[in-house]
Design a protein around this ligand. Structure first.
Ligand code: SF4
Length: 161
């Protein structure tokens, strides 16, 4: 039986975040293979925080209003990118068209709270993502940072509120 603790609610700013032992204490390998698997397929939300709207609009050479009207719908305190009928992200076209400024939700994958809660969840995610287990080794500290960044909240989204 794995004696390492499951991740416990790593809310940004919690001081005990780095104290417990996790299954990723020795780091984990991940490098996106740009297969598009997570940008297509099942429908979902693609959250963009308020501070991400400007850079994405600039990358698309449109105004913030045009981006919101043309590619977004209201979600939580901000917006989600729309999807095509088949579930594909509206900004995916044989690859992410805004990769350099892609939403935090995308850039922090697969180091999401729901996945990093247990090794079983990580392995399950690996079945869908060929980038998991490949490439650069991400340290425990880096992984914890990404989890915190991926978690919607004041520390992850300074523009919130
Ligand atoms: S499924 Fe994994 S390898 Fe494929 S684009 Fe998404 S993150 Fe990259």
């Amino acid at each position: 039986m794995n004696n390492k603790m499951r991740l416990r609610f790593p809310l940004p700013g919690r001081k005990d975040l780095q104290e417990p032992a996790y299954f990723f204490d020795d780091g984990l390998r991940f490098e996106c293979q740009r297969c598009g698997g997570c940008c297509t397929g099942e429908a979902g939300t693609i959250y963009i925080a308020r501070d991400e709207i400007g850079p994405i609009a600039a990358a698309l050479k449109v105004t913030r209003t045009e981006l919101i009207r043309g590619w977004c719908y209201p979600f939580r305190d901000s917006f989600s990118l729309r999807e095509k009928e088949d579930g594909q992200c509206c900004l995916y076209d044989h690859g992410c068209t805004i990769y350099a400024v892609r939403p935090r939700q995308c850039s922090t994958w697969p180091f999401w709270f729901d996945i990093m809660r247990s090794e079983t969840r990580w392995q399950k995610a690996a079945c869908k993502c060929p980038g998991i287990g490949r490439g650069r080794l991400h340290s425990r500290e880096e992984i914890l940072g990404r989890i915190a960044a991926s978690y919607p909240g004041p520390a992850a989204d300074p523009a919130q509120g």
